[in-house]
Design a binder for this molecule. Structure first.
Ligand SMILES: NC(=O)c1ccc[n+]([C@@H]2O[C@H](COP(=O)([O-])OP(=O)(O)OC[C@H]3O[C@@H](n4cnc5c(N)ncnc54)[C@H](O)[C@@H]3O)[C@@H](O)[C@H]2O)c1
Length: 289
């Protein structure tokens, strides 16, 4: 790593306060970073801040963090209602929906608010980091940073540089991930990177099994948990990821890799059309209260 550069960001900005924004925010707060969250949906933003506070309380009550740690973390999370905070951020992590046009127009909008040395990271699950890099004016500070769900617990992050990501940016990002207590792997900028190229076709196949009435959701998940030693079944995992996100990733894989092997199962499309998106809408392959 280069000597003399500030490797640990103090202020983390997160844009998009859904499932991933919440988990990434929580992970950063637990490691002592100040976190500023923005979402275009104010209700979602306020809900996210509440959920982060509840999670911190839970960690404290369960003895996972000390009283001192809990008291410190309570002041580290802030909701932001405009882009004005962005010029104070050392790193900004984008976690808006898995849709190239949404991410592209967001980057265009925030570009004028960023300070020149800010690192911008996208939590995209499958979209091209090179294509996204073309939408901002300092691509050398831009990188794919793929956290998994729930981000506060999963110990791995995929790093996906674009063609021009600088070594300083990568050094800073590696240091940031270490400070979060996580491990990293590098992937080339190919659709789905490592994890989703492997995981999402498996989830799709589980949905085909369900659609062909081969087995119930419970038995498909039980089979993979007890028979293949998976920590959770593929349908429960799909509900946790969000069925809309699973569908977007499959569509990217099918389009970019030009193969029918990634064709989304019609049953998945049906669920998404009916807004049965999994845990986030309380209904997917399972029901949630
Ligand atoms: N869900 C997962 O398991 C998972 C895992 C890894 C990566 N990801 C990726 O993380 C990203 C976010 O996924 P998620 O599951 O958190 O989605 P989500 O639907 O839970 O949350 C997205 C949030 O972004 C907000 N939003 C939409 N447009 C916006 C805009 N223009 N500006 C600001 N906020 C905006 C929405 O209001 C919503 O709160 C996606 O790219 C997804 O592929 C998801």
């Amino acid at each position: 790593m280069d000597a003399g550069i500030e490797l640990t960001p103090n202020n983390v900005g997160i844009i998009g306060s859904g499932q991933m924004g919440k988990g990434i925010g929580l992970s950063c707060i637990l490691s002592g970073f100040s976190v500023n969250l923005y979402d275009k949906d104010i209700t979602a933003l306020d809900k996210c801040i509440e959920k982060i506070k509840t999670s911190l309380e839970k960690f404290f009550n369960q003895g996972k963090i000390t009283k001192e740690h809990f008291q410190k973390t309570a002041t580290l999370c802030k909701a932001q209602y405009s882009y004005d905070f962005l010029n104070q951020m050392d790193i900004i992590i984008e976690a808006v929906p898995e849709d190239y046009l949404i991410k592209k127009s967001l980057f265009k909008e925030i570009n004028p608010f960023l300070k020149s040395d800010t690192i911008l990271a996208s939590n995209t699950s499958s979209l091209s980091i090179d294509a996204l890099a073309k939408t901002i004016s300092f691509a050398d500070h831009f990188v794919g940073l793929h956290f998994m769900n729930p981000a506060e617990l999963i110990p791995l992050v995929e790093i996906i540089p674009n063609q021009t990501t600088s070594k300083t940016t990568l050094d800073k990002i590696e240091c940031f991930i270490k400070t979060l207590g996580k491990e990293s792997v590098y992937s080339k900028d190919k659709p789905g990177f490592i994890i989703n190229r492997l995981l999402i076709p498996l989830i799709n196949e589980a949905i085909f099994l369900l659609g062909e009435d081969v087995a119930s959701p419970q038995d498909i998940d039980k089979a993979m948990k007890l028979g293949a030693n998976f920590p959770m079944g593929p349908l429960a995992l799909a509900d946790m990821i969000g069925l809309d996100t699973c569908l977007s990733i499959l569509q990217t894989l099918e389009r970019e890799l030009d193969s029918v092997k990634y064709k989304p199962c019609p049953l998945l499309k049906e669920y998404v059309e009916k807004r049965k998106l999994g845990i986030k809408t309380k209904c997917g392959f399972y029901h949630y209260s």
